[in-house]
Design a protein around this ligand. Structure first.
Ligand code: BES
Ligand code: ZN
Length: 664
């Protein structure tokens, strides 16, 4: 192997004293061990655990063990397994770089392992050192391979006998796929810059050299230096009243997969919501966010009652700039949230239920590869809806399910057929490119199906035990099948057949026996819409006064495909839909307007696409625009303006749609 040799001994860098020390010791929340009474999940230990792989039995995958490999990581995790990271990084806004070093502590699964293989993407590796038991550094040989377009560059570090820590000096680059650097003008406050990470699925490697597989779990500590007036927060313990001094210390004592390592830096303030919940945000959104999400504490209580204790201590929200490419991201102890859901009426807070639910499904019990994403997102969508049902009642929960299922039914018609399979085959594709509602809503409906067949009580017990038995572990779909068979199917024979299970997990499209959530409220909306279309009533006489956002969405989504421009104008006049401040309603209306070439919306559409970077809200609009010549030139013109404000992930997606890679 062609290692580049570093000849000199490297002096140890001493990190400056840490004024704002945020270690986990002062944390109030009970540890897993102190909460043994609630449920089986309480019996787990909230600490790094060796990953034990149950062998799949009775499944078709028995002969083919390839599913155990994570095709999206170069890591030699069967030989050497990362256990802990110590990050020492400076946040350099002028250079758009994170710069410093990381100490990687590992365990040898094979005693004679000679190398540690890590994932990187667009990282500059400055040097690599071995750290001995006395914390002395000595040069280590390493090789950085050519970049693969999906996986990035494999970093191979030669190990010395007996050593268990290496130090990598590196910096990220401005184009890091997992970071967004915002200028002050791109923030709400306009005075200070902002930077945030988004590591899922395979972007942690663009800011940390790491074994970037969801099958690896690490604890971490971090020293982060920022401009003095800014606050850094991480997916770790955050001290609510940290002093602003540009020197921050984090501790994440629970082992998490690298895709959950997260950092945000900006002109942030904190406001508490409950005892263990609060909001970090720019001042502009802070009060509105606290009001909108004030039920978060109650959501935790509800979920604990159903599925066992919340094991992560605090649960805070970080409100990001509107360019955040997702609705939310379940970074442990600190979910990252788009401001586009601050609607003023709590109509979109299922997002918070969703990210919180990941504290059980996803963060505690994790998909082992990105083929198994449905184990994260399907379970989470299920738990999310259960939380919504408890908090807001069954009618709202039904409406949200009915909307999701209708969206799914429409989406599967447009997807490559293989991408409608829950246990999807990725064949080396970038997981970002196969993102769809399938792992979410088809996965959720599979669990609703099981709940209906076995009854809620039995199914809840099963889920509870599932979370407890797999806490702080990762599993694959075949492993889940073995577990499901043993703990549910075989226990209550005659309720679900093997053929049904296979259809759910391995067949394309949607099973005929998929649950079809119904909502009485939506039935009334259907009647009202039809009455108007049949010219039996005027719009002014429709009973829309008390309609929720969900009813409006159902109303708009089911307007006839050939609705006339005159009817569009009538609706707009009566309900002011073009000016709707609810971003979901605006999205649904703008999409229909593009389909019908209702040009009255054009200015609103342009503003919408420029001010929001959340992929779910903008991507369908660009796709719709690209179906006509006129729309295409509109999309290209507006994208030129919008693109610099988008996150690299959103840029990648929209570039592919408008085919305008060279717009900068
Ligand atoms: N973990 C996801 C976001 C994600 C998934 C990022 C896959 C990268 C790869 C997050 O929990 C999520 O699902 N967000 C949704 C929430 C919605 C379903 C309520 C979103 O952003 O829209
Ligand atoms: Zn999710």
């Amino acid at each position: 192997m062609n290692y580049s040799m570093l000849k000199t001994l490297i002096p140890i860098i001493v990190v400056g004293s840490l004024v704002a020390c945020q270690d986990g010791e002062s944390e109030q929340s009970p540890t897993a061990e102190s909460q043994t009474s609630v449920s089986s999940a309480a019996e787990v230990k909230a600490e790094a655990m060796p990953i034990e792989k149950p062998v799949a039995e009775n499944t078709s995958a028995k002969a083919d063990l390839s599913y155990l490999n994570d095709e999206h990581s170069y890591a030699n995790k069967d030989e050497v397994l990362l256990k802990h990271l110590d990050l020492n990084l400076e946040v350099l806004f002028d250079k758009k770089q994170l710069k410093g070093y990381v100490d990687l502590k590992f365990e040898r699964l094979q005693a004679d392992a000679k190398k540690l293989v890590l994932d990187t993407r667009d990282l500059t590796i400055e040097k690599v050192s071995s750290i001995d038991g006395q914390a002395n550094e000595s040069a280590a040989e390493f090789e950085l391979a050519e970049k693969d377009p999906v996986l990035g560059s494999k970093l191979t570090i030669k190990l010395k006998d007996g050593e268990d820590t290496v130090r990598v000096y590196y910096h990220s680059n401005p184009e890091a796929s997992g970071l967004q650097w915002l200028t002050p003008e791109q923030t709400a406050g306009k005075k200070e810059p902002f930077m945030f990470s988004q590591a899922q699925a395979i972007h942690a490697r663009s800011f940390i050299p790491v074994q970037d597989s969801p099958d690896v779990r690490v604890t971490y500590k971090a020293n982060i230096r920022t401009p003095k007036q800014l606050l850094a927060v991480m997916s770790a313990f955050n001290e609510p009243d940290t002093e602003l001094d540009g020197d921050y210390h984090f501790d994440m004592p629970q082992a998490i997969p690298p895709y959950l390592i997260a950092i945000g830096v900006g002109d942030l303030r904190f406001k508490a919501m409950g005892e263990r919940t609060g909001v970090y945000s720019e001042v502009a959104y802070l009060d509105a966010a606290v009001k909108e999400f004030e039920d978060t504490e109650q959501m935790i209580d509800i979920t604990e009652k159903m599925y066992g204790p919340y094991l992560w201590g605090r649960y805070d929200l970080l409100i990001l700039p509107p360019s955040f490419p997702f609705g939310g991201m379940e970074n442990p102890r600190l979910s990252f949230i788009t401001p586009t859901v601050i609607a003023g009426d709590k109509s979109l807070v299922n997002l918070i239920a969703h990210e919180l639910a990941h504290s059980w499904s996803g963060n505690l019990v994790t998909n082992a590869t990105w083929r198994d994403l449905w184990l994260n997102e399907g379970f989470t969508s299920y738990v999310e809806n259960r939380i919504m049902e408890e908090l807001f009642g069954v009618e709202r929960a039904n409406m949200e399910n009915a909307l999701s299922v209708q969206g799914l039914r429409e989406q599967v018609k447009t997807l490559p057929v293989g991408d409608t399979i829950l246990h999807i085959t990725l064949d080396g594709r970038d997981p970002d490119d196969t993102f769809s509602g399938v792992p979410y809503t088809k996965g959720q409906m599979f669990l609703v199906f099981l709940e209906q067949r076995f009854g809620r009580e039995v199914f809840d017990q099963f889920l509870n035990q599932y979370f407890g038995d797999h806490a702080f572990k990762s599993l694959t779909t075949p492993e889940f099948e073995v577990y499901l068979q043993k703990h549910l199917i075989d226990k209550y024979p005659g309720k679900v057949t093997q053929a049904e299970l296979n259809e759910w997990l391995h067949a394309p499209m949607l099973p005929e026996f998929m649950p079809n959530p119904q909502s009485d409220a939506f039935a009334n909306v259907d009647k009202a819409r039809q009455n108007w279309l049949d010219k039996n009533v005027e719009l002014a006489d429709l009973p829309t006064d008390k309609w929720s956002i969900h009813e409006w969405l159902h109303f708009i989504n089911n307007l006839p495909k050939d609705i006339s421009l005159e009817q569009m104008a009538q609706l707009d006049k009566a309900y002011n839909l073009t000016a709707s401040s609810n971003n979901e309603v605006a999205h649904a209306w703008l999409k229909l307007a593009i389909q019908r070439d209702y040009q009255v919306v054009n200015q609103r559409l342009e503003d919408y696409l420029i001010s929001i970077g959340r992929r779910k809200l903008i991507v369908p609009l660009y796709k719709e625009l690209m179906t006509s010549d006129k729309g295409e030139s509109f999309a290209k013109r507006v994208y030129q303006i919008a693109r610099p404000g988008y996150h690299p992930l959103a840029q990648g997606t929209v570039d592919a749609i408008v085919n305008a890679e060279n717009t900068e």
